[in-house]
Every structure is written in structure tokens, then in C-alpha cells.
Ligand binder design. Sequence first.
Ligand SMILES: [Zn+2]
Length: 163
Amino acid sequence: MSFADILENNQRYADGFTDSGFDGVARAGIGLVTCMDSRIEPLAMLGLRLGDAKMLRSPGGRVTQDVLIGMVLGVHLLNVQRIMVIPHTRCAMGSGDDASIAENVLRSTGTDISGMVLGSTPDQAAGLHYDVQLLKTHPLLAGRAEVGGFLYDVDSGLLKQII
Ligand SMILES: [Zn+2]
């Protein structure tokens, strides 16, 4: 399998590209954290477009160390003023624990990933509260950005604020 099809797609994209010359700041002042899930189009679902937001994706939309680093840089250098943490409905990372996901992987491919910390939680709401609190109280972020916790419904397209 090669990447030829995707490179062809990109050539067509570049042919119609008109957004050259943007700087790297978040024009709409938004930093967002959401899941890697393929059912989520982060910019489109928020009515944003290229250049508007700093975006970090992780399994489950959890605030991992890399997400924290990105948000610190976003707030201090890239005009991020509001941070949205957006897990979603029917997320494997928010409906089981690491052991159950590792069991699924073992059943699916025969590979044992049980030693890997995945960051899943069977209590998605608790995970969201924890992550929002982590961002709100982080010494390099506290008082510098508004932080909200949301839930995105992958079946209706609706976003609901939880925190
Ligand atoms: Zn997910």
C-alpha cells in the first residue's frame, strides 16, 4: 500500500489553495482538545476555519502531557484565550478501562499491549472534570484562559457544555 492516492488528493487541494501568508496564531482565540475519532471534524463543528484555532487531539480527548504543553504555548504565544475540552459520545476511551481495551486489542490482533498506559476511563464525566480542573489550576495557565468542558454527540453533531 502506498500513499499515492492521498498525494493526488493533496495536489488537488494545493491547486485550489488560497490561504498563503497566515501567521500561526489562533485567530478566533480558541484552543481545543478533542479525540482522535474519525467522526469528529473539529473546525467545522465549531463554525471555525483554517487559522482560527490551536487543536490537539488525543485518544479520548484527554489532557495528556503533550496537550498541556500545547496549551501552555498556545496561551503564551499563540493568542489562545478560551480552551475547549471536547470528549464525545460512544468513545471507547470513555467507556472502559485500559485493561478492557487491551483485551480488545489482544482479541483483535493477538498483540498484548497490556503494559501500555492508555489513559482511558469508564467514567467519562469524571475524566472530563479532572482534565478541565487540570487546565484551570495549572500554574502556567491559571487565570490566563477560560476553560470549558463539553460533550460532542457523534450521532447528532450537537455540542453540549458540561462544565
Ligand atoms: Zn474517542
